[in-house]
Structure formats: structure tokens, C-alpha cells
Write a new protein. Structure first.
Lengths: 222, 236, 281
């Protein structure tokens, strides 16, 4: 089945019955029935039936690039707000070499936003890291928030969607897997990019998304 | 004088007109409205999220924290705002009912906040609240084995009836009124909440269970339709 | 009620202030524009009057309940009113259940003063028996979705609930209220309808109807409630909120602006409510 025919299922719903089917994400198999365990869109593979979440909080995974804001500074690092179920912490050792216990404030203040990578998850807390070229402090621009489950649609296949938006609005954009997105450009362009992203968030489960976005960006161009 | 006709003309096993809708509170992670006739409940879910202070955390599981609040103007005589013993008990039974179907192992040490408000009351408020809460949890993407549906079964005089109103609750002729709220799982049909107050012969209790299972199946259909995007309003 | 603190990213704060400096705001809204308002009446049938008001995404429900009580000794022939307000934990992530905090108490009292001082309610008409029994009006306000400016939305909801309320039946013989039995008599309201306007200041900029982010960034606020009994506008209540300081010029400017805002918005909303009341009958 292709993308067009995805339908919404709810917890407890029997999606399909048959020996050949295997239970994927958010489903279980009871005798021959594949049963949904989460509200979302059904995705039929060759044999694996899974659910694509469309709602809910951010579910962190090791390696995710996320955007967060410093909420507090402790003696050995920064407490960061990244959304989701756990608290997040950036330890000194993950910061650039010059950062030490005495100059934490020089590197980042409360309210500063950065792009991080999730280095480790020790429920109920997360360790963040900055060791990669596209990570670090975000200066200027603005941060918007969308539901994290819509991020794949905002990025698009191999980045096609986000690149379309960047190009047509002439902005720099960093998308966090946690649904926090940083946009930087001229004032009007930042707003245009933000509105395009919000449009995707709203229309993500419907068909013709790329076309809708292209039309929106063309209109705004005028 | 036996109770042969219901005060609002419904059949013995008939539900009141249902209103059901999800997504009514934009800020919440999940939200829903569920109404049995004139009893209207709204539920909102936030979470899973970190639970402060730390000593309240259960390191092995997620905690469901319910709050049930009847708005002061939801009843005929104004109810003083704030929690009371009744609302705390209802919050507890709601928490217990929902906890049985939610996967609490996924996010240990966190909390899911479920807030239920009763906008308008005409009996069965806890049942409307649980129905709204179950939809709101699902809407919030919480991993759940199945949904739960809740209905109040009554024995009014000697008749078993489905979805009782305040008027029926107050019936005092014959055998009087017995109120039996049930909450039943959509697939397993297991009973996750059950209370009774009144007078019910042991040998007849089975009839109440049968009525509840049948009613909850119907309610579950409404919950499913609302989650799939329908704005149900049979009150028109 | 616990209200958790929220960290607004510094760059967002900077961006909003920068935009305001160029007279720009989200969605091309003017600094003195209100978002779209949506009003629904009679949303809670057991209440003597009720309303649900949405301004932008902020949504507030208000209900009016009537009962009787002994009058206060210094107002022997006048009815009474109390206003109560709460942020339902439904309305935003930062709110958790608990006893009302001073934030919601302040909102209730501001809304109360505006209504009380405007002469909107004819207190003497609420007298049942001098010295013995008067009607008591209780207004309960609940925010169910917070996207800023809960203050003004609360006031609109309370007033709409009052305007659409009906007396319950009073049994003269038993000297008791028959709750649940409504009459066709509306509350004794005058044409001095209060209109509450809250300015938020962000650095040197003054805005109306701040959304959640703007309100979080704001340094303070100033609430003016006006009514127009005859040809001039009367200030019925003022409240400076938050920790910022205003110069006397700024205060005068806001008062001057409030007159224009009253002229632009008041009758639109009042007509909307009157129309809704008519269709309900």
C-alpha cells in the first residue's frame, strides 16, 4: 500500500488479520490479529504492519540532533529544556575545550539556545553533547516549536522539503528532532519560513503536501 | 408503581444523545470532550513529562496523575471550588482504571497529567470524565493496549437501565435507585472500575454486567469515531 | 495551583523586541489590535448564565450562579457579587493543580472591580427584603487554554455570562430559591457596560492582547476598565501589574489610547452578544 492510503487507527483496533503479517512499531499480534497500541497512521510493509505516530511528546533517541534552551546552570554543566519526557543535561566535558567550572557563564547563559546531539539516555535523564560541526550556539534568528512527529515531513525525503523552504525564503534553518526549529533570515523571510513549517504541521497527514507548500511559498513571494 | 417508562422516554438500554470530539484544547498533548446528554466532561492530557519533586517519581514506571474538577456552575446549586473528598476519590478511581491499559514501562520516572473538568452535570459525571480521559490519552499518542469505556448502569425500582440521569438517581419509589458505574476495556472486556451504591440482589448482578458490556461497546464506537476525526453531536 | 517557570529563548525575546521596534508583530497584527474574538453563550445549562469566549487561542469559560443571603450591614438593600477565577491545569503545561495562587486572585479582583465600579449591576434591584434577604451573584471564571491575555478574555466572558443570565425562580411563600427552575427575568443590568483593556509593555512598546510569548517577555501590564454612561468615557478601575515602571506620559498615553480602543471594539462585541442573546430566545 502506498502513502496515499494510510488511515488513522486507535488503540485496541484490529488493523488486519492474517498469519503472514508481523507486528511492527506500536502494534502487537494476538493470534492472527495485528492490533494497534497507539493512535496514528498505519503503514503496511511487505509483511510488517506498523504505526506512524502523529501526536504526542518527543521521544528521544541516542544520536538525535535537538535544539534546546538553557534553563539552569549547575556546578558542572547546563540543565537544558528540550521538551519530551526527560530532563537534559550538557556536561562540561561535552563542551568546547575552554569551558571549565569557573567560566560556565561565559559559554552559555540562561535562555541561550543551542543545537545539541543526544549522547546518552539514562532514564529519566539525557546527556547532551556538542562535538560535531553543525552543533553549538544559535545566535540571532528565532526558535519555533512544532509537534516532533511532524519533523520527518518538514525535512522531506533526503531534505527536499526543508531545502525548498530554505531556498524560497533565503533562510538558514536547523531542524531539531525534538520539534524545535531554528530559523534565521530577514524578518519577513523568517515569518514566511515559519508559516510554511506550520502549514506542514497542520496538513502533514493529508495528500498533496509538497504542492500545497510550493503554492504557499509562491504566493508569499509576490 | 413500577418503573416501566423512563422519565426521558428512552428505552431501558438506550444511551443519552452523545457528544464526542478530540483536540479541543490546543495546548494539551491530547484532549477530548465527551457528553452523555446534559453531562459534559472535558479532559486534557500533558505528558509523559518530568515529575518534580524527585521523591514522587517512581523510578521503574510512569505515574498517571488525575485531577477531577466539577466547575462550580456545573450543578444546580453552586459547588464550592476546589478539591473535596468526592472529587479526590473519583480522581483515584479514574487513575486506577486508566493505569491498567496504559503502558507504564515506557517512560519510567515520568508523569502523565490527566485533567478532567465537568462543564455541566446531570449524573454519570465520572463516567463521562473517564470516557473523555481515555480519548485524550489516545489522542496524546500514549501507548495503550486498548481503550476503556465507562457507563453508569442503574437499577431503578426493579428495572436495569443504561446511562442513568439525576432524575433517575433520585427515584425513591419501589426499590429505589441503585447506581452502578462500570468501566470496561474495549477488547478484553475486563472491568477496570466498578462501584455500586443502593440495593441489588446478588442473583441479578449479572444483568447489570451484561447491560454494561453492551453499553460500553456502543460507547467505544463513539470514542473511535471521534478519534478518527468526527465531531459527533447527537444533541442537535 | 502551581505555575512552573518557563524559559523563553533569548533570541526569541530579542526578535520580538526588534520586530516591535519596526512596529511589526506576529501575523501582521498591529500593536493595538485584538486577535479574532469568538463568543458562545449558554454553554453550561445549570448555570444561571454562562459564556465561552475565545480571543485568538486563549479560551475562558465563565458561569454565573445566583443564590440569596443576608445583606451586608452597610448595604442593607443591595445585592452582592463575588468573582472567582482559576487557571485550569488543562490550559497549559506550566499549570499544575493546587490552591489558587495570587495570579488568579488578582485577575478575579481586577475583573470584579471593573464590573462593580461601572454601575453595570443595579444592586438595589437585587434586594428581596431589606435588611433580611438579597440576591447574591457568584461569577466563576476558568481558563481552559492559555495563549496570553487571560485577563481581558476573563472580563469578556464574565460580562457575557452576566448579560445572558436569568433569575432562578424565587418562591415567595417558602422564601427559598428553586434552583433548576429558571424565569424569563434577566439580571438588573444597566447600560454602563464595562470594557476592560490591558496594555502590556515590552521595553518601550505598548501592546494590546499579548499572546503567550509576548506576555512572558513583557515587563509589566496596565489594565484600564472604561464605561460610557453618557457622552464621556469614565475610568472605573485601573491596575498596574508586574514589576515595570511607567512614566506619567505613558500612563496618559494609555488612557488616551484606551478611549480609541473602546470606540473601535466595544460596540462590535456588545452587538455580537446582544445578537446571540436574541437568537437564543
Amino acid at each position: 500500500m502506498n502513502k496515499e492510503e494510510r488511515k488513522i487507527v486507535v488503540p485496541g483496533e484490529i488493523i488486519v488479520s492474517g498469519e503472514k503479517y508481523l507486528p511492527g512499531d506500536f502494534t502487537i499480534k494476538n493470534k492472527e490479529d495485528i492490533i494497534a497500541n497507539r493512535y496514528g497512521l498505519v503503514d503496511f510493509g511487505e509483511r510488517i504492519v506498523k504505526i506512524i505516530p502523529i501526536s504526542g511528546i518527543f521521544e528521544p533517541r541516542r544520536g538525535n540532533v535537538v535544539i534546546g534552551t538553557v534553563r539552569d546552570i549547575s556546578f558542572n554543566g547546563y540543565n537544558v529544556e528540550i521538551g519530551g519526557p526527560y530532563s537534559a543535561f550538557l556536561p562540561i566535558m561535552e563542551c568546547p575545550r575552554f569551558v571549565n567550572k569557573d567560566n560556565l557563564l561565559d559559554f552559555a547563559k540562561i535562555g541561550d539556545s543551542l543545537a545539541f546531539r543526544i549522547v546518552n539516555i539514562k532514564k529519566p535523564s539525557i546527556d547532551l553533547g556538542l562535538k560535531s560541526r553543525n552543533l553549538g550556539k544559535l545566535n540571532d534568528g528565532r526558535i519555533i516549536k512544532i509537534n516532533s512527529h511532524k519533523v520527518p515531513r518538514v525535512i522531506g525525503k533526503e531534505g527536499s522539503m526543508i531545502n525548498l523552504i530554505k531556498e524560497k525564503t533565503n533562510t538558514e534553518i536547523t531542524v531539531g528532532q525534538n520539534g524545535f526549529i531554528w530559523i534565521k533570515g530577514e524578518l519577513e523571510n523568517e515569518e514566511k519560513a515559519r508559516d510554511a513549517i506550520k502549514l506542514i504541521e497542520k496538513e502533514s497527514i493529508f495528500n498533496g503536501l509538497t504542492q500545497k507548500v510550493e503554492e504557499f511559498l509562491k504566493i508569499k513571494e509576490k | 408503581m413500577a418503573y416501566t417508562k423512563r422519565t426521558d422516554g428512552r428505552k431501558m438500554d438506550e444511551l443519552r444523545p452523545i457528544k464526542a470530539e478530540v483536540g479541543i484544547i490546543p495546548n494539551a498533548d491530547g484532549s477530548a470532550l465527551f457528553a452523555y446528554g446534559d453531562t459534559v466532561a472535558i479532559a486534557g492530557v500533558y505528558g509523559p513529562k518530568h515529575l518534580h519533586p524527585q521523591h514522587l517519581q517512581n523510578p521503574e514506571k510512569c505515574t498517571i496523575r488525575c485531577n477531577y474538577n466539577m466547575l462550580p456552575f456545573s450543578v444546580t446549586e453552586r459547588a464550592r471550588p476546589g478539591p473535596n473528598r468526592r472529587s479526590k476519590e473519583i480522581a483515584l478511581i479514574t487513575e486506577n482504571a486508566l493505569s491498567t491499559v496504559v503502558d507504564l514501562d515506557r517512560f519510567p520516572g515520568t508523569v502523565i497529567d490527566v485533567e478532567i473538568i465537568i462543564l455541566q452535570a446531570n449524573a454519570s459525571t465520572r463516567c463521562a470524565g473517564i470516557n473523555a480521559a481515555a480519548m485524550a490519552l489516545a489522542h496524546a499518542g500514549i501507548v495503550m493496549k486498548e481503550l476503556v469505556s465507562s457507563v453508569s448502569i442503574g437499577k431503578i425500582d426493579d428495572k436495569i437501565v443504561t446511562d442513568i440521569t439525576k432524575e433517575e438517581e433520585d427515584h425513591n419509589l419501589g426499590e429505589g435507585a441503585t447506581d452502578i458505574p462500570f468501566t470496561i476495556c474495549s477488547n478484553s472486556k475486563k472491568i477496570v472500575h466498578l462501584q455500586l451504591d443502593g440495593k441489588m440482589p446478588t442473583k441479578r448482578f449479572n444483568e447489570a454486567i451484561d447491560a454494561a458490556i453492551s453499553a460500553c461497546e456502543k460507547v467505544n464506537q463513539y470514542q473511535i469515531r471521534a478519534l478518527k476525526g468526527e465531531k459527533i453531536n447527537e444533541n442537535k | 495551583m502551581k505555575i512552573n517557570s518557563v524559559r523563553i529563548p533569548n533570541i526569541n525575546k530579542k526578535k520580538i523586541i526588534e520586530s516591535l521596534g519596526k512596529n511589526k508583530r506576529l501575523n501582521d497584527r498591529g500593536l493595538l489590535d485584538y486577535r479574532d474574538i469568538n463568543i458562545e453563550l449558554g454553554i453550561s445549562k445549570n448555570a444561571e448564565g454562562s459564556a465561552r469566549v475565545k480571543i485568538g487561542k486563549t479560551e475562558v469559560i465563565a458561569g454565573v450562579k445566583l443564590s440569596t443571603q443576608e445583606p451586608y450591614s452597610d448595604h442593607e438593600d443591595e445585592g452582592t457579587m463575588s468573582v472567582f477565577m482559576e487557571f485550569s491545569p488543562l490550559c497549559g503545561e506550566r499549570y499544575e493543580s493546587g490552591p489558587p495562587r495570587v495570579d488568579s486572585i488578582e485577575i478575579a479582583r481586577i475583573v470584579d472591580r471593573g464590573i462593580r465600579e461601572s454601575g453595570f449591576i443595579d444592586w438595589k434591584e437585587l434586594c428581596i427584603k431589606k435588611n433580611e434577604k438579597v440576591w447574591s451573584i457568584m461569577i466563576d471564571i476558568y481558563c481552559i487554554n492559555d495563549d496570553g491575555n487571560i485577563l481581558d478574555v476573563s472580563s469578556r466572558a464574565a460580562i457575557a455570562a452576566l448579560q445572558s443570565a436569568y433569575f432562578p425562580r424565587y418562591d415567595e411563600k417558602e422564601e427559598k430559591v428553586k434552583f433548576g427552575e429558571f424565569t424569563k427575568n434577566k439580571l438588573p443590568l444597566t447600560k454602563n457596560i464595562p470594557f476592560q483593556i490591558t496594555f502590556y509593555n515590552i521595553k518601550e512598546n505598548l501592546l494590546l492582547d499579548a499572546d503567550r510569548e509576548e506576555e512572558d517577555i513583557s515587563d509589566g501590564r496596565f489594565t484600564i476598565t472604561l464605561s460610557q454612561p453618557k457622552n464621556e468615557k469614565i475610568i472605573n478601575s485601573l491596575q498596574k501589574g508586574g514589576t515595570s515602571a511607567f512614566s506619567s506620559q505613558e500612563i496618559n498615553l494609555m488612557i488616551e489610547n484606551s478611549e480609541k480602543i473602546y470606540d473601535t471594539h466595544f460596540s462590535k462585541i456588545d452587538n455580537q452578544i446582544k445578537k446571540l442573546i436574541k437568537t437564543k430566545n
